[in-house]
Design a protein around this ligand. Structure first.
Ligand code: GLY
Length: 340
């Protein structure tokens, strides 16, 4: 089980009034974020999993030119959305049990503007549709056919998202038709008859104006029931941004994240003064303690960025990675975990 370190020994001690204002942080322990620039207006992007590295590079193109965090996160997550070798996001995502590739995505900016699409088919870039929902409609969420009609009316092209490779994997799965989400760790790739891995990209960015935004996009659990929606397009569950406090996103079994409104919970823990890594750990704790036996068999990971650029992560099972890109580092880290 997770071993608490003395918070007083951590590098966060050097950082600021956040700590002084919130004595609770002293006792809750372990902030495991690897670095902390602590510099306001120093752009930064972080995202889930190893494929976050390429996505971050896309976001950095925007951030490094003093662009907006919102534009950065959209540009960033479009990269894995278009990559057919990633079977859990966008084009090439694994289908539901009936063979339909259904996508979920959401986006949120520094003014709490947000947009989301759920169960969207045939569109390679659901994140861009989510952004249009945010910017062009009086609503926050569009789902299913309504989301598709909206996308088509706004110039998106209807495409077949089921690649030959994903179709093959689905047909192999049909032989057993056993729905069993596996513990999601980095470097566990699909092999015929082997475990099916699933992961979402959640991305958080801070721009040179000091504003935060986030994006989250996925094809959801492979071989889910048709119509199933996970945490990723649900504001507060898969993603939450509060420009005064920080932002958070999640990956893993969406049902467990929704139950605790995970990303919002992480931001609220930061509001109470916990450093990002500790805030993520507390959210994981809420999931694990609800049903410890069940938690042994599932993965959830949270990633958080505080308003001043300090970031952290925590997950249930070892093996959750996240990518960081700033002016001074471009790196992948492994998150600390509840179970070792
Ligand atoms: N976290 C993504 C999903 O459960 O669909």
């Amino acid at each position: 089980m997770f071993n608490r370190r003395k918070f007083l020994g951590s590098s966060f001690l050097a950082s600021t009034a956040w700590f002084l204002r919130t004595p609770d942080a002293v006792i809750t322990g372990d902030d495991q974020q690897p670095t902390a620039s602590g510099q306001r207006n120093s752009p930064l992007v972080i995202s889930t999993w190893d494929f976050g590295k390429a996505a971050n590079a896309g976001a950095w193109e925007v951030l490094s030119k003093q662009g907006r965090a919102l534009d950065a996160v959209e540009a960033g997550v479009r990269i894995p959305e278009a990559d057919p070798t990633i079977h859990s996001i966008g084009y090439g995502g694994l289908p539901d049990r009936d063979g339909f590739v259904t996508l979920d995505a959401c986006i949120m900016d520094e003014k709490s503007n947000c947009g989301s699409v759920m169960c969207l088919e045939h569109i390679v870039h659901p994140i861009s549709v989510a952004r249009l929902v945010m910017e062009k409609t009086p609503h926050i969420v569009l789902a299913g056919n309504g989301a598709l009609e909206f996308a088509l009316a706004n110039g998106f092209k209807k495409e077949n998202l089921l690649t030959p490779e994903s179709e093959k994997i689905w047909k192999e799965w049909l032989q057993s038709s056993k729905y069993e989400p596996v513990i999601n760790i980095e470097n566990k790739k699909y092999s015929p008859g082997g475990p099916l891995n699933h992961d979402t990209i959640g991305m958080l960015a801070l721009d040179s104006a000091g504003n935060l935004s986030g994006a989250c996009t996925t094809s959801g659990m492979a071989f889910k029931m048709h119509g199933r929606v996970g945490d990723s397009p649900i504001i507060g569950a898969g993603l939450f941004v509060d420009n005064e406090i920080g932002s958070a996103t999640s990956t893993g079994v969406g049902e467990e994240v929704i139950r605790v409104v995970g990303s919002h919970l992480v931001v609220e823990y930061m509001r109470q003064g916990l450093p990002p890594g500790d805030a993520c750990r507390k959210a994981v704790e809420r999931i694990v303690l609800r049903d410890p036996a069940k938690a042994k068999g599932l993965q959830v990971g949270f990633l958080a960025m505080r308003k001043d650029g300090v970031y952290g992560a925590f997950c249930i099972q070892k093996g959750f990675t996240y990518a960081v890109h700033s002016a001074t580092e471009e790196k992948i880290y492994e998150s600390e975990s509840w179970f070792s």
